[in-house]
Design a protein around this ligand. Structure first.
Ligand SMILES: Cc1cc2nc3c(=O)[nH]c(=O)nc-3n(C[C@H](O)[C@H](O)[C@H](O)COP(=O)(O)O)c2cc1C
Length: 347
């Protein structure tokens, strides 16, 4: 089994096992409409087995960063349609990553006056970039009322319908990196005493119900995947041990037969434990080069490998890996800056 062999994933047969990682690039406009450059950026990477887009807001309430895109307005859906058309014209497969930031937000980056929502009213340590005020601490969130949780889940369902209307092949629930689903999982961020907090079973509930709602909205489990990153403490996520929650989550979603589980490894071996707990297709990412990717696939430890920074810097990554050609080095200075530099000017 090689990186360049086809692999079934949900409703699709991917032409290779090279997956482009979801990566925020902060080129959208102030209304969350993807830049016209995004069409070229994703289109030029269409020979990946699967493209996962940058984290994209399911709703206005789910936005928190400068210049990130959404999938809740007609203008956003229209702009994404150009992206999916460019990828499909080259025979590619592309899923939209749904990222509700929860408490990782600042009012200067939001188009509504409401404070960000979170499982509990606990401010996340850390700062984020705003175009008008520079670096700012994360806002103080308000705790979601029990009665409004179904409407937040419905935002993900509606976003799934919008993504399919925009031509995406599927959607990925971003349950990693300290955003809303990860906040529900974490005993640090989630101090609720109702059915969504306390026990492991309760803390996974929001994530499981959201995935179920996305599957129902998509009309097929084979169009919905999920990303997790146990062991990653980014965005002030705290666990004594993240594995009980993540193993329980993997077991709870497995009967729904989602298209895949995507694990960003963080040095605690979670991907090995999750391989055992989850019988479906497993994507693993985090610091991979070709040699290790081939080894992990050959050992059956993953079904496809997710490449982040190397894909960002090399639009023709698949061919470079195939030919063992040298890779461009990623330029951190242009990861999140507007415009073509470091985005569509790479060869
Ligand atoms: C510029 C940049 C933006 C990222 N944005 C996201 C994101 O929006 N959603 C997400 O799930 N992960 C995001 N990540 C994490 C990547 O998906 C990936 O897990 C990480 O880069 C590790 O893979 P790598 O070592 O191959 O780069 C981002 C990473 C980078 C470098």
């Amino acid at each position: 089994m090689s990186l360049f062999s086809p692999v079934p994933l949900g409703d699709f047969l991917l032409r290779n096992r090279v997956v482009m990682a979801p990566m925020t690039r902060a080129r959208a406009d102030a209304q969350g409409v993807p830049s016209p450059l995004a069409t070229e950026y994703y289109g030029s990477r269409a020979d990946a087995g699967l493209i996962l887009t940058e984290g994209t807001g399911p709703s206005l309430a789910g936005m928190g960063y400068a210049r990130t895109p959404g999938i809740y307005s007609p203008a956003q859906i229209a702009a994404w349609r150009n992206v999916t058309a460019a990828v499909h014209a080259r025979g590619g497969t592309i899923f939209l990553q749904l990222m509700h930031v929860g408490r990782i937000a600042h009012s200067a980056n939001r188009n509504i006056p409401d404070p960000p929502v979170a499982p509990s009213a606990i401010r996340a340590a850390g700062q984020m970039w705003t175009d008008s005020l520079g670096m700012q601490p994360n806002d103080m969130p308000r705790a979601l009322e029990l009665a409004e949780i179904p409407s937040v889940i419905e935002e993900y369902a509606q976003a799934t319908r919008n993504a399919l209307a925009a031509g995406f092949d599927g959607v990925e629930l971003h349950s990693a990196s300290g955003y809303l689903p990860n906040q529900f999982l974490s005993p640090g961020a989630n101090q609720r005493s109702d059915a969504y907090g306390g026990s492991v079973e309760n803390r996974i509930r929001f994530v499981v119900e959201t995935l179920e709602a996305m599957i129902a909205a998509a009309g097929s489990p084979g169009k919905v995947g999920m990303k997790v990153s146990p062991g990653m403490n980014f965005n002030d996520i705290q666990f004594d041990d993240p594995m009980p929650e993540h193993l329980a989550l993997a077991k709870a979603i497995a009967p729904h037969r989602p298209a895949y589980l995507h694990v960003m490894r963080a040095g605690i071996g979670a991907e090995t434990a999750l391989r055992e707990a989850f019988a479906g297709t497993l994507l693993v990412g985090g610091g991979f080069g070709k040699a290790e990717a081939e080894r992990v696939l050959a050992d059956g430890r993953a079904d496809a490998i997710v490449f982040g920074t190397s894909y960002l810097a090399n639009p023709d990554l698949v061919q470079r890996l195939e030919r063992d050609a040298p890779l461009n080095e990623p330029d951190k200075a242009t990861f999140y800056t507007p415009g073509a530099k470091g985005y569509t000017d790479l060869t």
